[in-house]
Design a protein around this ligand. Structure first.
Ligand SMILES: Cc1ncc(C[n+]2csc(CCOP(=O)(O)OP(=O)(O)O)c2C)c(N)n1
Ligand SMILES: [Mg+2]
Length: 422
């Protein structure tokens, strides 16, 4: 494999036609594309810089009050105009939004009841969760973080299987290949590298798969973030990097994390397009992510979308958010709640009546009940599983540790047996 070093504008613009996207990679030659794709900006009639730079303000279609904004007030500018999604798409998205909120609240309750070890809730971020899953087609891959359980379920993974990881089992609960959903990653940003690898493989195979990779604002400071974005851009891969900027990395606010004009601006340095969107506006999210996925599928290379949102609850049940943020700040975001906003919008448009609302509420209750039943069951746990599935052939150290644990457990059990024998 050779890496071309010709970075002249002529080289970068080389094959800029709609039929053959500029910078496209010939799989048979197995060579990376170099430089940004200039086909997309040509199609939008704007410069490459204007294509890569996010819109001057975040894209918002529906105001926090539920009012549809006039097109010229939506944050759009040439090359950054977005289509209102169809009614069917929006109603389906709303259904998932209601279920997602119920899932978050149910899971938080199950943690308090000791039925799960930990739950990083996406309460308040459900619009991002739903849009991330629904913008993908069957066969497209989703790479989630620990906070993205609702996105995983929205993509079709069984709710109880999704939560298996959080109850403390040795495995992730589902086979990623069955649903094209990676296992929820706790080591920050590693999933972005997995996502880029899958996109690279798909491209080499000539498949038209798009990969959507999720991460948080704090994760954009990780080295893996840089490596994933740079590799995806240089190899011109169909990846949408979706950053949920919920303002905090545990207790660290964004201002102490980055002084970039926005996280979407980080895209430009890699030669990819960035966009920013109101992360509590499901309508805008669907529009922006749909187009990002379509561009990636059409050969325009990777894109970065930053959604501006807020984590309404503590980082996890193990965190006390009152130690680092004011109640007044939380109250401000309560007024921007994505669920309330979407419901008001749909009702005002005459798209949601009481009968539809109660059908959706029933569906949400059914999922919550499934979670209560599934996570209420005691699953037998074999401590030796800790060692069993680490490597196909266990190392000497693992064998020693397994033997040590077996010995300790046997000694723990021994006095009880003696007592019961008396
Ligand atoms: C490589 C790595 N470093 C540190 C941590 C500890 N850690 C867990 S969550 C977190 C904050 C992440 O913040 P952000 O990316 O904004 O995601 P959010 O939790 O807000 O969704 C940190 C530092 C980790 N899990 N992995
Ligand atoms: Mg965060």
């Amino acid at each position: 494999m050779t890496l071309s070093t010709d970075r002249s504008p002529e080289h970068r613009q080389g094959t800029g036609s709609a039929a053959e996207p500029a910078g496209g990679m010939d799989a048979s030659e197995n060579e990376p594309a170099v430089g940004a794709d200039l086909d997309a900006p040509l199609r939008f009639g704007i410069t490459a810089e204007d294509y890569m730079l996010p819109a001057r303000q975040q894209i918002q279609m529906v105001e926090p009050t539920g009012l549809l904004k006039a097109t010229e007030a939506q944050g759009t500018q040439p090359g950054h105009e977005y289509q209102l999604p169809s009614t069917d798409v929006l109603l389906d998205a709303y259904r998932h939004l209601v279920v997602g909120r119920r899932v978050n609240d149910q899971n938080s309750a199950l943690v308090r009841q000791g039925r799960m070890a930990v739950y990083p809730s996406s309460h308040g971020q459900e619009a991002c969760q739903v849009a991330a899953a629904l913008c993908l087609s069957k066969g497209d891959w989703l790479f989630p973080t620990y906070r993205d359980s609702v996105a995983v379920m929205t993509k079709g993974v069984d709710p109880v299987q999704t939560m298996t990881l959080f109850r403390g089992d040795w495995h992730g609960g589902y086979n990623p290949a069955d649903h094209q959903v990676g296992i929820q990653c706790t080591p920050l940003t590693t999933q972005l590298l997995h996502a880029v690898g899958v996109a690279h493989a798909a491209k080499l195979r000539g498949e038209d798969t798009v990969v959507l990779a999720m991460c948080g604002d704090g994760a954009t400071s990780e080295g893996d973030f840089h490596e994933a974005l740079n590799f995806a851009a240089v190899f011109h891969l169909p990846v949408v990097f979706f950053v949920q900027n919920n303002q905090y990395a545990i207790s660290v606010p964004l201002a102490q994390q980055s002084v970039a004009p926005s996280l979407a601006h980080k895209a430009v340095g890699y030669g990819m397009a960035g966009e920013r969107v109101d992360g509590n506006d499901l309508v805008a999210l669907m529009a922006v992510l749909d187009r990002a996925v379509a561009l990636a599928r059409g050969g325009s290379g990777p894109l970065l979308v930053e959604a501006h949102t807020y984590r309404m609850q503590a980082h996890t049940n193990a965190d006390d958010a009152t130690r680092y943020r004011q109640d007044s700040e939380v109250a401000e975001w309560l007024d921007k709640d994505p669920l309330k906003r979407m419901r008001t919008y749909l009702q005002a448009q005459g798209l949601l009546d009481d009968a539809a609302e109660s059908r959706i509420a029933e569906e949400a209750e059914a999922v919550a009940s499934q979670l209560r039943t599934g996570l209420g069951e005691d699953v037998p746990v074999d401590p030796q599983d800790l060692f069993r599935y680490v490597f196909s052939a266990p190392t000497t150290q693992l064998k020693e540790q397994a033997a040590m644990l077996a010995d300790e457990l046997a000694r723990d059990a021994a006095p009880q047996e003696t007592e019961s024998a008396q």
